[in-house]
Design a protein around this ligand. Structure first.
Ligand code: G3P
Length: 219
């Protein structure tokens, strides 16, 4: 399973890049707004910086809600950089926009996906990624990871090439479960990436190694 970072924060991407384990980035309008990005021009400037830090797919979401405007924005966003993937929501207008963009060979990440049926509609037109929002389904009392499991199962059964990208992951166990479910990608917030590096027994072990080494070095 590949790991992407779910952020529009340049410093977070810089620090994550140093770990080497992150090979893509996902953003959305809320993450962009958190970084004071409020228009497509500043979204573009930030994305171009991110492309220099991580050499892999970078999802950029359209902000329009109507199909023809989504297509216009998607076509524009796709010109920003060869690694850019256009993120389109799983709405009626979104599905129409996905169909047009996929026909043009523009890579699409189908976002805000909450069901196998929505995922099948995107897969049929050839989206590159589909993003089930695990945490938000959990918030509603639905088992979000079960949707990921079933999506992976259905795609394998039918030889569907669309990548299942587990999103809205909130804690390290979500990452483990996404890996066990067979997700192709997990996109994680920076906080979860930091949590993944940590285990208390590693800290205890390091303290003991250091102490033992220092004592042995005494004359
Ligand atoms: O990858 C989607 C993500 O940004 C949404 O996460 O925690 O707002 O549901 P969350």
């Amino acid at each position: 399973m590949k790991l992407f970072l779910d952020t529009a924060n340049i410093q977070e991407v810089r620090e994550a890049a140093a770990l080497g384990a992150i090979c893509g980035i996902t953003t959305n309008p809320s993450l962009a707004a958190k970084e004071n990005i409020g228009d497509l021009e500043s979204y573009k400037s930030s994305i171009l910086i991110l492309t220099q830090l991580i050499d892999g797919p970078i999802s950029v979401e359209v902000t329009a809600a109507e199909a023809s405007r989504m297509v216009q924005q998607g076509e524009e966003i796709a010109t920003w950089h060869p690694n850019v993937v256009v993120k389109i929501p799983s709405t009626m207008d979104g599905f129409k926009a996905m169909a047009v963009l996929c026909r043009q060979g523009i890579p699409v990440n189908q976002t805000l996906c909450f069901s196998i049926n929505q995922a099948l509609l995107g897969a049929e037109v050839g989206v590159r990624y589909v993003s089930p929002f695990v945490g938000r389904m959990d918030d509603e009392g639905q088992d979000g990871m079960q949707v990921v499991r079933e999506m992976v199962q259905v795609f394998r059964l039918h030889g569907i090439k669309t990548n299942v990208l587990a999103a809205s992951l909130r804690h390290p166990m979500h990452v483990v479960e996404a890996a066990k479910a067979g997700a192709d990608v997990a996109t994680i917030p920076f906080k979860v990436l930091l949590q993944m590096t940590h285990h208390p027994l590693t800290d205890v072990g390091m303290a003991r190694f250091t102490k033992d080494w220092q004592q042995a070095a005494k004359p």
